[in-house]
Design a binder for this molecule. Structure first.
Ligand SMILES: Cc1ncc(C[n+]2csc(CCOP(=O)(O)OP(=O)(O)O)c2C)c(N)n1
Ligand SMILES: CC(=O)[C@@H](O)[C@H](O)COP(=O)(O)O
Ligand SMILES: [Mg+2]
Length: 647
């Protein structure tokens, strides 16, 4: 049902917005909120966070001169209202779809997106960079930008990430304009955790927030005159502001807040006043409600952080149904089985309890579960400490987010050979979250580390076995990767009958003679289909599942190389991964010298792939059954035929 938005229809870009009288902005926000709900009901995506910043986004674009003023969102999942107001309303129903709008801010998409996002806690660092660029250019005589303002919008959950403090520590030391808006909705994906969350909750709920009297007194001593004048005016708003932000003030910020992030009568004067503070950074603490204005979101535990397409009236999501269990649920269940046998097993998540399945583990083992917030570096070195003292830590971190902790993995875990277990969900292409969330690089970035053991499961039964193997393996750090979404629909092992894998040993899934398809990870079902296509063309294909990228099963690969004319490696990972390791081995063994073996490596393309469905992305990557079959046929000098494409 089309949304009736007479005011919003008059706004294409923020300069249109700024022509409206302030008295129209309340209605504008109501229309904007309705548009976001309707759009996401068609596309799916991140709903709750965007609904929580409708007023804030509108006020920022109304007060600041975007795009000249640089507005940088943290994570960027809350940017849908921003995209509607910045010339992208006509495409908002292509959000997260193939060839559509990204679900996050993206430089190449709009001049109103000066910095891309998706991984948390980058906004303040980037904002400090923009502010320093402005200042340096002005000092060098280019005054054209010296009145440009820089604004970062960061959530309370993202404020649990260490990088935010690195940035504030630096910002607080600079006499330069920078406005950091802390969007405090008292939610991460799950309820927020940690001391920082408690601190913000105290500031937002302290008595003086409800009262008001002490604003003038509290602000007088801390803020420039301009904001003090605000204090005098704020009386009429009847809503408290308190300088509860001692932490931020100690870091060199002026602190204003907390203020009601849905009340334009508060937001507008505060932003109008702080925007001209140029002798140091300002942190404006706004309190909002995640999911605001859509009751189904407000009522839901996760505030509809991420939704599938849904019916606006009923709120019912239209989720695809699958008979196979999700890889996440298989991992979680097996970890629980292992933890029942071994009380030293602990589960660790970095603010992703539901996404990693650790929430299920937490239900049975609350005392052995740690949600450390959006703090992957800490999560990994924390796990290293646990392992160093005899515990069995499972750090369940998405492949893409583990990138944030790479030095912790290399320096604290691998170099010290500590038996941390890394359960890397979302390995490979993830679909609608696009390039920022692709779990493309972990095989490369882990496989190069001495001491590291690295596995990838070909199906959900293999994931059961890898989880058990990781639980019982203490000699080295061990990582196993598995795809986002449902398994291949294979038969699972019964509880208690899950096999232990022999470290460094792969398996033959299907015997053949001419060509060997050597799989590592989640492409196995496609590789098996490819072997059928080749069979129909008279080519007998062996399908081998490597299971381990490190250590490689050298005996198996040596045999495969000697018994086949063509060897093709297939992986859901970047260049520099499994295929590279196999090539290194073959070269070192002299198995390429004879000139009898043709080798092809199939991996993700060496570029970033924009969002689409997982299938569309793998088709674009050339990692479907037809692609594998084509590689084999061409290696034999045969041309693929239309008949080779599966129905
Ligand atoms: C480095 C990193 N780890 C984990 C995530 C997954 N993630 C996306 S949004 C989010 C919660 C963010 O909370 P907050 O900043 O408060 O934003 P809100 O959703 O409340 O608006 C998390 C953990 C991420 N994007 N980046
Ligand atoms: C915005 C963000 O980073 C997370 O919400 C992420 O999109 C979750 O990914 P999954 O949907 O794969 O759990
Ligand atoms: Mg939040």
């Amino acid at each position: 049902m089309p949304v009736n938005t007479p005011l919003l229809d008059r706004v294409t870009v923020p300069s249109d917005l700024r022509k409206l009288p302030k008295s129209d902005l309340r209605q504008l926000c109501d229309e904007l909120r309705a548009e976001v709900v309707d759009a996401v009901s068609h596309t799916g995506g991140h709903l709750g966070s965007g609904l929580g910043v409708v007023e804030l986004t509108t006020a920022i674009h109304y007060v600041f001169n975007t795009p000249k003023d640089r507005l940088i969102f943290d994570v960027g999942h809350q940017c849908y209202p921003h995209k509607v107001l910045t010339g992208r309303r006509d495409r908002i129903r292509t959000l997260r779809q193939k060839d559509g709008l990204s679900g996050f801010t993206k430089r190449s998409e709009s001049e109103y997106d000066p910095f891309g996002a998706a991984h948390a806690a980058t906004s303040i660092s980037a904002a400090v960079g923009f502010a320093a660029a402005r200042d340096l250019k002005a000092e060098a005589g280019d005054k054209s930008e010296e009145d440009r303002r820089v604004i970062a919008v960061i959530g309370d959950g993202s404020m649990s990430a260490g990088m935010a403090y690195e940035a504030m520590n630096n910002a607080g030391d600079r006499a330069s304009q920078l406005t950091v808006i802390l969007n405090d909705n008292d939610m991460s994906i799950a309820p927020p955790v940690g001391a920082m969350s408690a601190y913000l909750a105290r500031a937002a709920s302290s008595g003086s927030y409800q009262g008001f009297r002490n604003l003038a007194k509290q602000l007088t001593k801390n803020l420039p005159k301009r904001v003090r004048d605000l204090a005098a005016k704020a009386e009429e708003y009847g809503r408290g502001m308190v300088t509860g932000g001692t932490l931020f003030e100690e870091l060199g910020f002026y602190y204003v807040g907390p203020i009601d992030g849905h009340n334009l009568d508060h937001l507008l004067p505060v932003l109008e006043n702080v925007k001209d503070i140029t002798d140091g950074p300002v942190l404006v603490h706004v309190v909002t409600q995640k999911g605001k204005g859509y009751q189904m979101a407000v009522d839901k535990g996760d505030k509809l952080h991420a939704v599938s397409k849904f019916d606006v009236v009923s709120g019912e999501e239209k989720k695809s149904v699958s008979n196979a269990p999700s890889y996440t649920s298989v991992f979680a269940q097996q970890l629980i089985e292992e933890a029942r046998k071994n009380e030293r097993i602990v589960g660790i998540t970095a603010a992703m309890p539901s996404g990693t399945g650790i929430d299920k583990f937490m239900k049975e083992f609350p005392d052995r579960t740690f949600d450390v917030g959006i703090a992957e570096q800490h999560a990994v070195t924390f796990a290293a400490g646990l392992a160093a003292d005899g515990m069995v830590p499972f750090a369940a971190i998405y492949s893409t987010f583990l990138q944030r902790a790479y030095d912790s993995v290399a320096h604290d875990v691998a170099l010290q050979n500590l038996p941390v277990r890394f359960a890397m969900d979302r390995a490979g292409l993830v679909g609608n979250d696009g390039a920022t969330h692709a779990g493309a690089f972990d095989t490369a970035y882990l496989g190069c580390l001495p001491n590291m053991v690295l596995m990838a499961c070909g199906d959900e039964a293999e994931l059961q076995a890898m989880t058990r193997t990781a639980a019982e393996f203490d000699e080295h750090p061990i990582a196993f990767r598995f795809p986002r979404g449902e398994g291949a629909g294979v038969e699972m092992y019964e509880a208690g009958k899950v096999p232990l894998l022999e470290i460094g040993k792969g398996r033959i899934v299907k015997e053949g003679t001419s060509v060997c398809l050597l799989n590592f990870g989640g492409r196995l079902s496609e590789v098996l289909k490819a072997s059928e296509i080749l069979g129909a063309r008279g080519l007998s294909a062996t399908v081998a599942d490597a299971r381990f990228a490190k250590p490689l099963d050298e005996d198996l690969i040596r045999r495969l190389a000697k018994e086949h004319e063509v060897l093709i490696t297939i992986e859901e990972g970047s260049i520099g991964g499994f295929g590279s390791f196999v090539l290194h081995f073959l070269a070192r063994e002299g198995l390429l010298d004879l000139g009898q073996l043709k080798v092809r490596t199939m991996h993700l393309p060496d570029r970033y792939q924009d969002q689409a469905s997982p299938k569309e992305m793998y088709e674009e990557a050339g990692l479907m059954a037809e692609d594998v079959a084509k590689q084999a046929l061409m290696a034999f000098g045969q041309e693929p035929q239309a008949a080779d494409a599966r129905a």
